[in-house]
Design a protein around this ligand. Sequence first.
Ligand SMILES: C[S@@+](CC[C@H](N)C(=O)[O-])C[C@H]1O[C@@H](n2cnc3c(N)ncnc32)[C@H](O)[C@@H]1O
Length: 250
Amino acid sequence: MRTITLVGIGAGHPGHLTLQAIEAIAAAEVFFVLEKGRAADQLVAVREAILSRHAARPGWRLVRIADPRRASGGDYREAVADWHAARTRLLVEAIARDLPEGGRGAFLVWGDPALYDSAIRILDAVAAAGLAFHLEVIPGISAPQALAAAHRIPLNRIGEPVHVTTGRRIGEGLPPEIDSTVVMLDDGSGLAAVDPAGLDIWWGAYLGTPDEVLMAGPLAEIRDAILTLRAERRAAVGWIMDTYLLRRRD
Ligand SMILES: C[S@@+](CC[C@H](N)C(=O)[O-])C[C@H]1O[C@@H](n2cnc3c(N)ncnc32)[C@H](O)[C@@H]1O
């Protein structure tokens, strides 16, 4: 039977790779990459650098799969479901074609495969579509961990919960009972919509990469500066990924 490993590669720094990830990369012969266009060129380049350093099987190969576009507008969940179905079809074809029976394939997954990533769900769908393989998951350093380390802060107050959510959700308001909220997948509109009263923010973009930028302080005072910097960096680099912690002030 084929084995497919989802390898969490961390949030952008080549040193985020764990020893377990390095061993899994060295053992694989085919690496699948879903390419998402220009915005993600640099993310593919990070993966290629990892492979050129750690892939070790003679004749190892990279198989690029053009990621289908997600429909914009309409029902969000429906659009995501259609997008995942299209990806599933492409992956079934690519795995059947490019990974021999008994072979070891791998996907290098940004951050940790368990956090806001579709790879596990899509490979479950590939298996449900009738392609048998053994699935392994190697955890990786996620963006919230990279954010906390960069700012040298804990994510939670002592004994208190941390809420992890998306920019889309944060635009609808912060959960009233939780004081620490980590926000990912925000195009800036969530941050712009939040009521800043009594909140501090620890923000980071391109965490772990040479482009890393950090800002921290009272949200009411620095939100405009973050949004301006965000827009500038996005225009200059061509894409941006940012993560932030919002915390109610004591
Ligand atoms: C599709 S999710 C992937 C999350 C990933 N699986 C993880 O564990 O961090 C993409 C989001 O992760 C966050 N992210 C990933 N890498 C980042 C980085 N280097 N700097 C800041 N945020 C990052 C951003 O919020 C981005 O919108």
